[in-house]
Design a protein around this ligand. Structure first.
Ligand code: P6P
Length: 348
């Protein structure tokens, strides 16, 4: 009788693929100094809410929860029914989990104080980004950032707790409700992706230790508004066309970002006449994806400065966003600075 030893995953990873999100979080908990399990529990709470929102986005067309909700959010954007549902689901999961003291949400005008005196963490979240795509069955996503509160436990929530630069994030991630549902997150020790197995109701490790390609041949931008872009950005887009790059833009940030993260590419949302500070929000969109980008070897800027170092001045402030493969982001910087230098020279 031949007896063969059980060989773990040949890649030498300590945890074989087939590892659930919960088990992975527990395995990696030792990466945190003084880990006491609260952040692990918070990540699990987010995973649970993602499973619930996944179920609801999958059945939107059948359960009459697609379409507009009939109100606009603080951004002046028309809320979809699923925006409101996703917001409720994540709020409930985060408040019941007991680890969070305050929430900043795209769907809430002001900070939500959970009155939780033992909550160590603040969460900034876009519960459902790209929701205008729901009715046409295009991928949408959830984006989240996690910060440690700065003011003393038990004291009232302070502005300093929620207005933290992205460098202070202790964790960040996104959920992509697409052809499959994935949860991708970082705690500052690399980026790992989990794919949801509906039949088991579990996220399983499917993309361990994601590393972004240094370059790529995909550019993602809304060329329909390109006449509002500054000339350096237009010159960069022309250079992409000359090099026969693939134009891939589905109007859903998480999906465009995720594809470029895995395949190499750049997503651009420049400042425009309509949005002179850019369209995307710093606290609950750009910071989280910038943390993921940098942890996977990619880059994220506002065209000049590192996203993670921008000091927030308002809850829903916007920023231009150039995010993806390092070499591509550096290229667009060169095009932007070249034309801005010319303008500066012209003005003096
Ligand atoms: P536009 C969705 O509203 C979103 O916030 C991102 O998901 C997406 O990349 C972008 O805005 C699309 O904006 O102006 O191209 O429709």
């Amino acid at each position: 009788m031949k007896i063969l030893p059980y060989l773990p995953d040949q890649s030498g990873l300590a945890y074989a693929v087939g590892t659930t999100l919960d088990r992975f979080i527990k395995l990696k908990q030792s990466d945190f100094p003084f880990a006491s399990g609260e952040l692990s529990q918070l990540l699990r709470d987010i995973g649970l809410a993602a499973k619930i929102v996944n179920r609801e986005t999958n059945r939107a067309g059948l359960a009459n929860i697609g379409g507009a909700f009939g109100q606009t959010n603080v951004q002046g954007e028309e809320q979809q029914k699923l925006d409101v549902i996703a917001n409720i689901r994540f709020m409930r999961a985060l408040s019941k989990g007991g680890e969070v003291c305050a929430i900043v949400s795209e769907e809430e005008d002001s900070v939500i104080d959970l009155q939780n005196k033992s909550g160590k963490y603040v969460v900034a979240i876009d519960p459902l980004d790209g929701s205008s795509n729901i009715d046409v069955n295009i991928s949408i996503g959830t984006i989240f950032s996690i910060y440690r509160r700065r003011s003393p436990l038990g004291s009232p929530i302070e502005q300093e707790d929620v207005m933290q630069p992205g460098t202070e994030q202790v964790a960040a991630g996104y959920v992509l409700y697409g052809s499959s549902t994935m949860l991708v997150y970082t705690t500052g020790c690399g980026v790992n992706g989990f794919t949801y197995e509906n039949s088991l109701g579990e996220f399983f490790l499917s993309h361990p230790d994601i590393k972004a390609p240094k370059s790529g041949q995909i550019y993602s931008v809304n060329e329909g508004i390109s006449e509002e872009f500054e000339s350096g950005v237009l010159d960069y887009i022309s250079s992409c066309k000359k090099r026969k790059f693939a134009a891939r833009y589905i109007g859903s940030l998480v999906a465009d970002f995720h594809r470029n993260l895995l395949k190499g590419g750049i997503y651009l949302y420049p400042a425009t006449i309509k949005n002179p500070s850019g369209k995307l929000r710093l606290l609950y969109e750009a910071n989280a994806l910038a943390f993921i980008a940098e942890q996977s070897g990619a880059m994220a800027t506002d065209g000049e400065n590192r996203i993670l170092e921008i000091l927030p001045t308002s809850l829903h402030q916007r920023t231009p966003l150039y995010i993806g493969s390092t070499e591509l982001v550096q290229e667009v910087h060169q095009y932007i600075s070249k034309t801005r230098d010319k303008i500066t020279e012209f003005c003096h």
